[in-house]
Design a protein around this ligand. Structure first.
Ligand code: NAD
Length: 260
C-alpha cells in the first residue's frame, strides 16, 4: 500500500526526465500530488509523465503529472515553469529541484566554459527556480527540497565545479531555511552518494589516472554500493510531506553509509 501524504499538493519536480527526478515524479504522483514535471529533455520527459500518471492511477490517491519542457538555467524558463504550475493547478505547495549535471576533469586543465555551465545549471538554476516559486510557497506555507550531494560533504577529486555547485546549494538552502522559517516555508537538501542514473552512467574520470589516483575512485563511487533512484525519491517525498513539518535547514545523506 502506498502513502497518501501528498494528496492535492501541487509540486514542481525539475530534472524529471531521468534518474532521481523521474523516480521522484512517480513517487510524488503515487502519493497523490499534482506533479509539474520539468526537464530540458522533452522526449524522455514525456516518458516520465506517462510513468508518473501510471503510478498515480495504480495507487488511486488522485495524483497526476504534466510536462513542462524547460532549461532551469534560463530566467524566462524558470518563470514559465512556475507560471504553468499556477495556470494548471492554481497554487504551488512544493518544489523538488532535482535537475543537475556533472562534468569531471583535472582542475588544472578544466575549461571555463564547462565550469560556468555547471554553476549556471546546478547552482543558478536552483536559485532561479526557488526565486520564482517562493512567492507562491509563501502563500501555501510550502516546502523546498534542493539537490546537494556527498561531493558537498567530503572531497571528490576531479569534480571541482560540480562539488562547488553542490556545496553552494547546501549553503543557499540553509539561508532559505532561516530566511523563510517564520512564514514558514521549509527548505532542505538531499545529498545522495552513488545512485544508478544518467549522471553516474556517463561519468568519465581522467583517462591518464595513475595507479595511486585510481584508488581515489573508490572514495567517490560508493564503497557501500549504488543506490537506486527510488531510494532517494522516498526521502524527497518524506521531506515534502507533513511528516517532516519540523525539519528545515537539514541535509540528508542517502549514501548507504559511505560516510558513516
Ligand atoms: N546519481 C548520483 O549518484 C547523484 C549523487 C549525488 C547527487 N546527485 C544529484 O541528483 C540530481 C539528479 O541527478 P541524476 O543522478 O538523476 O542524473 P540524471 O542525469 O539521470 O538526471 C538529471 C536530469 O537533469 C536534467 N537537466 C540537466 N540540465 C538541465 C537544465 N539545464 N534544465 C533542466 N533540466 C536539466 C537532465 O536532462 C536529466 O533529466 C542531480 O542534481 C545530481 O547532481 C546525483
Amino acid at each position: 500500500m502506498t502513502c497518501d501524504r501528498l494528496v492535492d499538493r501541487v509540486v514542481i519536480v525539475t530534472g524529471a526526465a531521468s534518474g532521481i527526478g523521474r523516480a521522484t515524479a512517480a513517487r510524488l504522483a503515487s502519493e497523490g500530488a499534482k506533479v509539474v514535471a520539468s526537464d530540458i529533455a522533452a522526449d524522455a520527459l514525456a516518458e516520465s509523465v506517462v510513468e508518473a500518471n501510471a503510478a498515480a492511477k495504480e495507487s488511486g490517491h488522485g495524483g497526476e503529472a504534466i510536462a513542462v519542457v524547460s532549461d532551469i538555467s534560463k530566467e524566462a524558463d524558470a518563470a514559465a515553469t512556475v507560471g504553468q504550475a499556477i495556470d494548471s493547478f492554481a497554487k504551488l505547495d512544493a518544489i523538488a529541484n532535482i535537475a543537475g549535471m556533472l562534468r569531471s576533469g583535472r582542475t588544472h586543465t578544466f575549461g571555463l566554459d564547462e565550469w560556468n555551465r555547471i554553476i549556471s545549471v546546478n547552482l543558478t538554476g536552483t536559485f532561479l527556480m526557488c526565486r520564482e516559486a517562493l512567492p507562491h510557497l509563501m502563500e501555501s506555507k510550502g516546502s523546498i527540497v534542493n539537490s546537494a550531494s556527498t561531493s558537498s560533504t567530503f572531497g571528490h577529486p576531479w569534480m571541482g565545479a560540480y562539488a562547488a555547485s553542490k556545496g553552494a546549494i547546501w549553503s543557499f538552502t540553509q539561508t532559505l531555511a532561516v530566511e523563510y522559517c517564520k512564514v514558514p516555508v521549509r527548505a532542505n537538501c538531499i545529498a545522495p552518494g552513488s545512485v544508478h542514473s544518467g549522471i553516474t552512467s556517463n561519468v568519465e574520470f581522467p583517462p591518464d589516472l595513475t595507479e595511486k589516483e585510481g584508488k581515489l575512485v573508490r572514495r567517490i563511487m560508493s564503497p557501500t554500493g549504488f543506490g537506486n533512484p527510488a531510494d532517494v525519491a522516498s526521502v524527497v517525498a518524506m521531506l515534502l510531506s507533513d511528516d517532516a513539518r519540523h525539519i528545515t535547514g537539514e541535509c540528508i545523506r542517502i549514501d548507504g553509509g559511505t560516510h558513516a
